[in-house]
Structure formats: structure tokens, C-alpha cells
Design a protein around this ligand. Structure first.
Ligand SMILES: Cc1cc2nc3c(=O)[nH]c(=O)nc-3n(C[C@H](O)[C@H](O)[C@H](O)COP(=O)(O)OP(=O)(O)OC[C@H]3O[C@@H](n4cnc5c(N)ncnc54)[C@H](O)[C@@H]3O)c2cc1C
Length: 424
């Protein structure tokens, strides 16, 4: 049977949109105190821009997406300069709860109905290899970022009940993913949670997102990447052979290619259909290593709004969720105590022996797409300009995929999944 074409993530672009980059009101990406900022590792050496530049590739954005893309471009022997208007690792990245999952927000069984089974299988497998690739790269570079391989437990909820989970587990098994259905006693043994069962998967991980991004940037700087901040890119003009960027300081950068790794600001600029900015909340408990569940797996629910949690190296629980479909920053920030209290209560119901008092609480913008898939690739109508929209609960995994895809695109090499994630 012919596969249904993807019905979301479609966008209308034109090169005029890129000139309008200065008209985008900077988003307040996060507020409160993310746990990772107490010790996010050594900051990379960054300098202001004091001259015009000519480079192979200009990367805009000093978060995890920019860091992974820059690493991949350096691996290809390219000469790279990176710019951030707020400073490196100051955007959404340090607000992340950094569960590195191959499991996409949209269950495989429902994504298959929306975009066709074969495309859904490719998306899930690409996500699985994204986590593997990221693990390998962290090991190659010797980054000390509290990376730990973890299993994950996917609990029943109002999106998939016990029968829905059975169907989801069967769909995953058919395409060979490392997921199985576990029963109540097994779930209880792994997690202490009393529910009818769960999907238990191998191949996920956790990390400290600030240490990871800063480590990548320090490594990139050592290997010759030029890191500049604060530099606001206010205009992007794609020409016949090169792209010209203008900065708020009056400098000009001539680049063979440009990568927009500007995080959630991209939705404002490119206005893709099916992608939107919402609000999300997170908290970290005090350290309590003796009270944690035995497997220390990642835990998340098939619910909307959902609850998810993980542990940290010093024995805390980081939990989040309560996503709400608005982007009003003031409203988001006022709601921190209420939303975090609700996350704490839900966590207590799930794991009654935990101390669920918040030692850290924060809120942030969150980008989601209607399919749970990212948008990665060349901006239609703007040759040599590439964008990374690694939105959803797998943002970091998607950034790892984007690094590989954008490296290939800039080198003129094909990528088997370019059509799956393309913009427009
Ligand atoms: C609370 C929360 C929990 C999350 N949990 C998870 C999770 O468990 N797992 C997961 O994989 N993902 C998770 N995510 C998503 C993940 O954190 C994001 O996908 C990721 O951090 C985005 O990184 P980025 O580099 O694209 O964006 P950012 O880190 O925001 O970096 C973008 C940078 O671009 C700069 N910039 C923008 N415009 C310009 C311009 N014109 N000129 C110069 N600089 C510019 C900004 O200043 C910013 O520093 C979570 C996010 C949040 C908020």
C-alpha cells in the first residue's frame, strides 16, 4: 500500500524571511534555577567579534545544537565560526532535563498511522542511532558530562492504556527495537512503581546538558572553531555563491554555508506549520541516593500532560512535565510554584517513599511538533542556509541527528532520511 505523505512539519519559507531575523523578539528561554547551573563545568573561551570574517561555515547559536553541528563540521575539516547573542550555553540547553531517549514523543503505533509505517520505523531507528552516535562521540572526545546508559520505563496513561502499551510494544518488536512489555511485579522490582506494567527499553541515557555542551565547545575551540559572543546576527543574505551575515556590531561575515542552530527562536522566523512553542516546568529534589529506585531507569508516562523523571549523579530526582499550550513568559513564570507543586505531588503518588520537595525549580519554552519529529535541512528558497529544529522531548537526540545530516548536506553527500525531516 502506498505510504501517506507526512501531514505536518510543512512550512512555507522564502529568503525574505531570513532578512527579518532582526525583527524577532528574543524569547526568554528559561527562568528559575536549573539544577545544572550550580556546576555546569568550565565555560569555553569566547571573544567578542572585532573584525569582518570569511569562513567555510557560520553557525548561529551556542547551545547543544550548535555544539554538535560544529563538532561534526570540524570532523569534516571545515573552518567554522560560531556566534551567540546571549553567550554560550545560556539558552534552553541548561534548562533541559537531558533524558537521552530514542523513544519519540509520538508512539510508534500512532506515528505509523499518521505518516506510514515504513517512515515511522525509519524515524524511530534514526532516533535510536542518534543516541548511539552521541554516546560514541562523548567517549571519543573524553567528555566528562555525567553520561550514563539507562533503561527506560514507559508507563500507561491517558494516551496509551495497558492495551495501547501492548500494541505499542508489538509495533516496536516488529521493527526490532530493544523494547519489551514487562508485568506488574517486574516493574515493581525495577522501579518500585505499582502499575499494571510498562514498556521496558534498553538504549537510553542521561547526561548533564550544561557539562556536555560546554565540553563540546571547549573541544571545538581547541580544534580551531572561532567562538564569538555577544554577537547578534541581524541579517542573513544568501547570495549566488556565499551567504553574508550582518551583526549588531556592524561587522559582516562571508560564509560558504550558514547553520541556524538558534533553538526555539526559529519557529518565529520560519513559521513552520505543525511546530509551536509551549511552556514546560521542571524541578530537582534534594540528594537522596538511598531512596532511589533500584534500576535508576528513566521513567515517563503515556499521558498528556505527562510526568517524567530521572536521577542525577549525586542522587537527586529531576522531574518535569505539566506542559501547557501557551508561550506567555510572565504567566509561565508566575506558575512555577503551582506547576512544580503538582509535579511533586504526581511524583509522590508514583514513588511514595521519595522526598519530593523541590530543591531547584525552573520553567522554560519548549518546542513541539505535531508528529514529534524534528525539522532539519536546507531552508527552502535560501540556498546554503540550514536549520536545526530538534523540537520535542528528544531535542538533544535530534540535535545529534542534525549534526550528521547537516555535515553531509554541506559536503554534498546524500542522507537517507533527508526527506523524512526536511523543512518545507
Ligand atoms: C525544561 C526542559 C526539559 C527538556 N528535557 C529534555 C530531555 O529530557 N531530553 C531532550 O533531549 N531534550 C529536552 N529538552 C529539549 C532540549 O533541551 C532542547 O531541544 C535543546 O536544549 C535545544 O538546544 P539548542 O541548541 O537548539 O537551543 P538553545 O540552547 O536555546 O541555543 C540557541 C542559542 O541561539 C542563540 N540565538 C538565537 N538567535 C540568535 C541570533 N539571531 N544571533 C545570535 N544568537 C542567536 C540564543 O541566544 C541561544 O543561546 C528540554 C527542554 C526544556 C526547556
Amino acid at each position: 500500500m502506498a505510504e501517506a505523505p507526512p501531514r505536518s512539519g510543512r512550512a512555507k519559507f522564502n529568503r525574505a524571511a531570513l532578512h527579518a531575523i532582526d525583527a524577532i523578539e528574543p524569547l526568554k528561554l528559561r527562568t528559575g534555577m536549573p539544577f545544572w547551573l550550580i556546576d555546569g563545568g568550565r565555560a569555553p573561551a569566547v571573544t567578542p567579534l572585532d573584525a569582518d570574517l570569511k569562513v567555510d561555515v557560520a553557525v548561529i547559536g551556542g547551545g547543544i545544537s550548535g555544539a554538535l553541528v560544529t563538532d561534526a563540521l570540524l570532523q569534516a575539516g571545515l573552518n567554522v565560526a560560531v556566534f551567540d547573542r546571549a553567550g554560550f550555553v545560556r539558552g534552553s540547553t541548561p534548562a533541559s532535563t537531558a533524558m537521552l531517549q530514542f523513544e519519540i514523543d509520538q508512539p510508534l503505533s500512532t506515528l505509523g498511522q499518521r505518516i506510514g509505517l515504513a517512515r515511522a520505523a525509519r524515524a524511530w531507528w534514526r532516533s535510536a542511532s542518534g543516541v548511539t552516535r552521541l554516546h560514541a562521540r562523548i567517549a571519543d572526545l573524553g567528555l566528562r558530562c555525567d553520561f550514563r546508559e539507562r533503561h527506560s520505563a514507559y508507563l500507561p496513561g491517558n494516551v496509551l492504556d495497558a492495551a495501547g502499551l501492548r500494541c505499542e510494544a508489538a509495533a516496536r518488536e516488529r521493527i526490532g527495537l530493544r523494547s519489551i512489555l514487562i508485568d506488574r511485579p517486574t516493574l515493581k522490582g525495577f522501579t518500585g512503581i505499582d502499575k499494571p506494567g510498562a514498556i521496558w527499553s534498553a538504549g537510553s541515557a542521561e547526561v548533564d546538558p550544561a557539562k556536555l555542551a560546554r565540553g563540546l565547545w571547549r573541544s571545538a575551540a581547541k580544534r580551531g572553531a572561532m567562538l564569538h559572543a555577544p554577537v547578534d546576527i541581524i541579517d542573513i543574505a544568501p547570495g549566488k555563491r556565499r551567504v553574508t551575515l550582518s551583526t549588531d556590531t556592524g561587522h559582516s561575515i562571508s560564509a560558504g554555508s550558514v547553520v541556524l542552530a538558534t533553538g526555539y527562536a526559529l519557529t518565529k522566523l520560519l513559521k513552520p506549520r505543525g511546530y509551536r512553542i509551549i511552556s514546560t516546568w521542571a524541578m530537582a529534589t534534594p540528594p537522596q541516593p538511598e531512596a532511589l529506585w533500584p534500576s535508576r531507569c528513566l521513567i515517563w508516562e503515556a499521558s498528556d500532560p505527562y510526568l517524567y523523571c530521572r536521577t542525577t549523579r549525586d542522587g537527586r530526582v529531576v522531574a518535569g512535565g505539566e506542559d501547557a499550550a501557551f508561550e506567555d513568559e510572565a504567566k509561565r513564570d508566575t506558575l512555577i510554584p503551582t506547576k512544580v507543586a503538582r509535579i511533586g505531588r504526581k511524583l509522590k503518588r508514583l514513588l511514595p517513599t521519595l522526598d519530593t520537595a523541590p530543591a531547584f525549580a525552573w520553567a522554560g519554552c519548549f518546542g513541539e511538533s505535531s508528529t514529534g519529529l524534528p525539522a532539519i535541512g536546507e531552508v527552502p528558497g535560501a540556498p546554503r542556509c540550514y536549520a536545526v529544529m530538534g523540537f520535542g522531548g528528544n531535542g538533544i537526540t535530534f540535535s545529534a541527528i542534525a549534526a550528521e545530516m547537516i555535515q553531509r548536506a554541506i559536503l554534498g553527500l546524500p542522507d537517507p532520511d533527508a526527506d523524512l525531516f526536511r523543512l518545507g
